[in-house]
Design a protein around this ligand. Structure first.
Ligand SMILES: [Mg+2]
Length: 375
């Protein structure tokens, strides 16, 4: 059912962010450590419920907090629900307001400058603050990808061209480097694709990668070509800014590498080295796609008795690095395929923001369904 899958994507993303946040940038993470953490969380819930059933008064129990990833995704979801379309000015204003309200959610240093600028309601060009970052080359962090899932869901059954244009404009509010844009597109394409596939049979990972590449290849080329044209225009007008050259199609190459990884037993070290777990988009967003597919093929040692969404989240966090963001992106794709029922109840009850995610999921589904009836 569509409702379960839209909610599944949003809720899985929130719990992955909350659980992953505990491990962010810690140097020694592994499957066992993550498994211990989730088992503890599950035991706490069981104990709490038992006490309540025995009539003992029990507090809510510990609730894990979400980070900037969820804070920004919520802004996008809320804006899409209110405007029933992408309204970049409104999304930018919501990002700024959210940051102002709760600045300690773990926002990256450079995006803070942009968020402060976006708070200015008289700002003529909302893309300007992001464009001016890093001497005009823009950020290539993963901040576009970590928050884009609600848009991938919102665009269900809309033409790909629309998904592409909307994703690019939402990304450019904070990230204008082509690597950030293509990475965000990879994530929104993956969420959108996962939601559209028949989930009554096991996921065909090879087919998923094939369809993803079919979408990504022309897009990646187009985004880099546009950038080159823009830069050569600037050069002619004497307004050139320094930029390292972009060669080939690095995202497509990484997606090809995922295909190879799925065919053999790859250890975490190789995944970290070749796909990456950093804050840069190119070194984290393809990794999220891999974590989704690896969880879907149920090949993560020590997690055999768990479902694919759980496996994906546990595995993504176990890689270390930017754990909350890689996990949240992977979970958003996985939840869109497997649905809400595959996110353990104990996890849902232990994480902040799940109730809102359920509500956002319901409203987004209403919008998508109304559109389907019309067409
Ligand atoms: Mg974060």
């Amino acid at each position: 059912m569509l409702l379960s899958r839209v909610r599944g994507s949003l809720v899985a993303a929130v719990v992955a962010d909350c659980i992953g946040a505990k491990f962010e940038f810690s140097r020694f993470v592994n499957i066992d450590k993550v498994l211990n953490a989730v088992k503890k969380l599950e035991q706490n819930r069981t104990t709490m419920k038992k006490k309540v059933a025995e009539g003992k008064k029990e507090k809510q129990g510990d609730v894990l907090s979400f980070t900037d990833d969820t804070a920004m995704a919520r802004s996008i979801a809320a804006s899409l629900i209110e405007h029933k379309d992408v309204n970049v000015r409104d999304i930018g204003a919501r990002f700024a307001k959210e940051f102002e309200k709760e600045p300690s959610r773990g926002y990256g240093g450079s995006v803070i400058t942009v968020l402060r600028a976006l708070a200015d309601q008289d700002l003529e060009d909302v893309f300007q603050p992001a464009r001016e970052q890093f001497d005009g080359s823009g950020s290539y962090g993963n901040g576009g990808g970590m928050r884009i899932a609600p848009l991938g869901l919102f665009c269900h059954q809309l033409p790909l061209q629309e998904l592409k244009e909307k994703t690019v404009s939402v990304t450019k509010l904070t990230h204008t480097h082509p690597y950030a844009i293509v990475g965000t597109l990879l994530e929104s394409y993956a969420v959108h694709l996962a939601l559209s596939l028949d989930n009554s049979k096991p996921l065909d990972t090879d087919n998923f990668l094939g369809q993803l590449l079919e979408r990504l290849r022309p897009t990646e080329k187009e985004i880099y070509d546009q950038r080159r044209q823009m830069k050569s225009k600037e050069k002619n007008s004497g307004d050139e800014s320094e930029e390292e050259g972009i060669e080939g199609l690095p995202y497509c190459n990484k997606v090809e590498l995922i295909r190879d990884f799925l065919k053999r037993d790859v250890d975490s070290k190789e995944v970290r080295k070749k796909l990456g777990t950093k804050v840069t988009a190119l070194d984290s967003i393809p990794t999220a796609v891999y974590c989704f597919l690896r969880g879907a093929s149920q090949s993560i040692p020590g997690t055999e008795e768990r479902g694919p969404v759980e496996q994906t989240i546990i595995y993504a966090i176990s890689l270390g690095g930017d754990t909350d963001t890689v996990a949240t992106m992977a979970a958003a794709i996985s939840g869109a395929f497997y649905g809400l029922e595959s996110v353990p109840q104990a996890w849902q009850e232990s994480c902040e923001g799940v109730r809102d995610a359920l509500l956002f999921g319901e409203k987004l589904t209403e919008i998508i369904s109304a559109r389907e009836v019309k067409s």
